[in-house]
Design a protein around this ligand. Structure first.
Ligand code: AHR
Length: 319
């Protein structure tokens, strides 16, 4: 009896020290195949780190594939995950459309799919189990509403340049829609140019440089992410304009470099889009692999930052 008690005590203390391990129903390690968009932005890098770290912490085996911004690469990766018979497939879709065929193949193979960060457009809702990520329409709306408020005491036309994300991607489409809805009742807000910078800093800079060649009369740059905003800031400075004084840059993400620009006064406002999806994603993977129910949509909690708020938040910013 005493021996049994001792064994039980050792087991309890060992369990307390052991890393948390999420196992499949048959006791084996859960395997998740994840197809990432690429490495286009600071947000994406932080997202990739979050997913790797969370898989390690959860004891889940991660097969990771970088699509380098190409939908074709993601489709190939998903097919390879199906072949490998992973327990769960997760992916952040480069663009919204064109997924039905490959996701039907996953469904036929009995492999559940989680959409991470970005949504897809499909008529059959049963092609994926759940979608975890931000409300991109709301992010665009928050930026637009903040601008309307900011310019309430500043009369005159407000000429806006919009730097859009990747064409056909959910964040680009939704942020543009949310922003337009917010400024709709304010005809003095004029979007004088709207071009894609593909969510990257170099393209944001190149597009802004091109715009400045024909139009320097710009009040606001609305960048769909911080990286494009930072590229635009560089282009404005090269053209002799001071971001924050001559042109207000407002953006989305709140990654470290963006927050630094905001704290320094080069940016004027940022709506947050959190890349730290890893822990929640691994929790979903575990539940789904074990046949537990999960909600069909999980919306990431986010906030907004003014220059003063960025100064206060920057020292503790994790990414
Ligand atoms: O899907 C999220 C968006 O993709 C981020 O806002 C952007 O920085 C990234 O590339």
């Amino acid at each position: 009896m005493r021996r049994l008690l001792l064994i039980a005590l050792v087991c309890v203390s060992l369990a307390a020290c052991a890393p948390p391990e999420n196992l499949a129903a048959d006791g084996s390690k859960i395997v998740v195949g994840f197809s990432q968009v690429g490495a286009e932005s600071g947000w994406r890098t932080a997202n990739t780190v979050s997913i790797h770290d969370a898989a390690l912490d959860a004891g889940i085996k991660l097969r990771f594939s970088d699509a380098q911004g190409k939908q074709a690469n993601q489709i190939t990766a998903i097919r390879s995950f199906i072949k490998q018979r992973v327990d769960v497939i997760a992916f952040s879709p480069v663009v919204e459309t064109g997924w039905d065929e490959v996701l039907t193949e996953a469904r036929q193979a009995g492999i559940p799919v989680i959409l991470t960060d970005r949504a897809i457009r499909t008529t059959s809702k049963d092609l994926y189990t759940t979608f975890i990520g931000s409300d991109f329409v709301k992010e665009g709306t928050l930026v637009g509403e903040w601008l309307v408020d900011y310019y309430a005491s500043r009369p005159g036309t407000v000429r806006v340049v919009e730097l859009r994300g990747t064409t056909g991607s959910a964040p680009a489409t939704d942020r543009a829609a949310g922003f337009r809805a917010a400024i709709k009742g304010e005809p003095r807000f004029q979007i004088v140019a709207s071009r894609t910078g593909d969510f990257t800093r170099p393209k944001g800079e190149a597009v802004m440089r091109a715009i400045l060649k024909t139009d320097r009369d710009i009040d606001v740059v609305f960048a769909h992410n911080d990286d494009m905003g930072l590229g635009a800031a560089k282009a404005l400075e090269a053209a002799g304009l001071q971001p924050g004084r001559d042109v207000r840059i407002v953006s989305i993400d709140a990654v470290r470099d963006g927050m630094k620009a905001l704290a320094e006064g080069r940016f004027t406002f940022i709506a947050e889009c959190s890349p730290l999806l890893g822990p929640q994603l691994m929790d979903l993977v575990n539940k789904i692999a074990n046949g537990q129910p999960v909600p069909p949509r999980i919306v990431t909690q986010e906030t907004t930052f003014t220059q003063e708020q960025a100064k206060a938040a920057l020292p503790d910013r994790k990414y």
